[in-house]
Design a protein around this ligand. Structure first.
Ligand code: RIB
Ligand code: CA
Length: 321
């Protein structure tokens, strides 16, 4: 059983990720915390509440976190990919939430869940890393209660929000550097280099719609997102970045990883928000300029067809026998 907290900015791919975790019999979903990102904090929080309502999980507490980055504001909000409401303009297909977000904020909820848990907890940040940077800075004594961070973010080659940067890291590079370089919590980074390879096609989406009432509702949230990724990749598809990370969080070892020194570009040049991973052989690194900070387990490969099947199975309603 994986004890899990998801930190999220729903977001169409976040929606699929949250549903997989909420419906997983192998997951104790302790809480969902929200952050600005795909859309503003009020919308990401409302979307999280509605998605958990859809999954019949109004028992899972939701708490709102950061409304803006640690230090420097985002240049623009990437709402085109996910639509103005964060869910392709179709958030209204989801049920109204039956409760509000809890008081005390995202970092307060994460801290209390970590304190209360008898076992270490996996945290899956699938949006900008602002809440996680604040949690680690404000509650350093709780780091031993974190099993690991499974982070969707970064790009080792080309980016999505810019030529070199992926959206989550680009949104708050200082927070990403704090978490991935300056802190020392065991971390898996799931970059878009891998998530792009796991893109799903329209046939997969039709199977999602036929998988039950949750899948049918999720499918309804995808039109803007499919349009965005069809343009980005050149074929009818969408990229479920966050769901790839959540499958790894729930089932460690799903993704093949390489332990790499990484750094984050925080200057204000064209590479701001880039993840620099040093993939040279250790002997060469030892002889030359090395990156600071701890190593991160960077996800580099998986059985892609098997992963797509696991994603769908995680949402498919299981018939009572
Ligand atoms: O770059 C992909 C990431 O940015 C995903 O988490 C998506 O939801 C957006 O937040
Ligand atoms: Ca996200």
């Amino acid at each position: 059983m994986t004890r899990l907290i998801i930190d999220t900015d729903p977001g169409v791919d976040d929606a699929i990720a949250i549903a997989i975790a909420a419906l997983s019999p192998d997951t104790d979903l302790l809480g969902v915390t929200t952050v600005y990102g795909n859309v503003g904090l009020a919308k990401t929080t409302r979307n999280a509440l509605r998605l958990l309502e859809l999954c019949g999980r109004d028992d899972v507490p939701v708490a709102a976190g950061a409304a803006m980055p640690l230090v420097h504001p985002q240049k623009r909000r990437d709402s085109t990919a996910h639509g103005d409401d964060g869910l392709s303009g179709h958030a209204d297909v989801l049920p109204e939430p039956s409760r509000d977000a809890v008081a005390g904020g995202a970092v307060g909820l994460m801290a209390s869940l970590l304190e209360q848990s008898e076992e270490p907890v996996t945290i899956a940040p699938i949006g900008p890393l602002t809440n996680i940077a604040v949690l680690l800075a404000a509650y350093p004594h709780l780091k031993p209660k974190i099993e690991r961070l499974v982070i969707m973010g970064g790009a080792l080659e080309g980016g999505n929000v810019s030529a070199r940067a992926e959206f989550n890291v680009w949104s708050d590079p200082e927070a990403a550097r704090r978490v991935l370089v300056e802190e020392d919590v065991p971390s898996v980074l799931v970059p878009m280099d891998l998530t792009y390879r796991c893109a799903v096609d329209t046939a997969w989406l039709e199977r999602l719609a036929a998988s039950g009432h949750v899948g049918e509702a999720l499918r309804a949230l995808t039109p803007d997102y499919v349009r965005h990724y069809t343009g980005a990749l050149g074929w009818p598809c969408m990229v479920v970045h966050d769901a790839v990370a959540i499958v790894e969080a729930i089932t460690p070892g799903t993704l093949a990883t390489e332990s790499l020194p990484v750094d984050i570009e925080c200057s204000f040049g064209p590479s701001r928000g880039a993840v620099i991973a040093d993939r040279r052989r250790q002997a060469q690194i030892d002889d030359t300029v090395a990156l600071d900070g701890n190593r991160v387990d960077v996800a580099v490969d998986t059985d892609i067809d098997q992963l797509r099947a696991v994603l769908l199975d995680g949402i498919t309603e299981k018939r009572e026998i």
